[in-house]
Design a protein around this ligand. Structure first.
Ligand code: DQA
Length: 145
């Protein structure tokens, strides 16, 4: 059975490429997603991507993993990183191992970005490496035993 990885993107990440490029770079979300799907394909893995600006949609997509599990989740919760007990609880409920990714170095930014509702539950956290962070998270996911 092919390994399955779900990549979740939170609010405003649909604007990547046009949104504060000095912080988030010029790569679009489509380009990031395409690269991840292709990288998965080369390893015989299935990579699915999902972006939503809605907390409820993200909670529901995570809840679906209860009945249709994946091997690993890569999540950039974006602003919900700092606010969402609901997405955190959904990830805890489905018990899927996950990596938290941020394009920017959240610790070099405003103090309210220094706290995450996800990091203590995550396998790990990558921040500050731009789109490369997603690639490294996927390499890790694909290399897990
Ligand atoms: C972000 C960092 C968050 O603080 C911010 O709200 C985002 C993007 C990042 O990828 O650097 O929307 O998650």
């Amino acid at each position: 059975m092919a390994r399955k990885v779900l990549v979740l993107h939170g609010p405003n990440l649909n604007l990547l490429g046009r949104r504060e490029p000095e912080k988030y770079g010029s790569t679009t979300l489509d380009e990031i997603n395409h690269g991840l799907v292709e990288k998965g394909r080369q390893s015989g893995a299935l990579v699915e991507t999902f972006q939503s600006n809605s907390e409820a949609d993200l909670v529901e997509r995570v809840q679906q993993l209860m009945d249709a599990p994946v091997d690993f989740v890569i999540i950039n919760p974006a602003a919900f990183t700092h606010t969402s007990v609901a997405i955190r609880d959904a990830l805890a409920a489905v018990r899927v191992p996950f990596m938290e990714v941020h394009l920017s170095n959240v610790f070099a930014r405003e103090p309210f970005r220094h706290h995450s509702y996800f990091t203590d539950l995550a396998v790990g956290m990558i921040c500050g490496l731009g789109p490369r962070g997603y690639e490294l998270a996927l390499e890790y996911a694909l290399g897990r035993p």
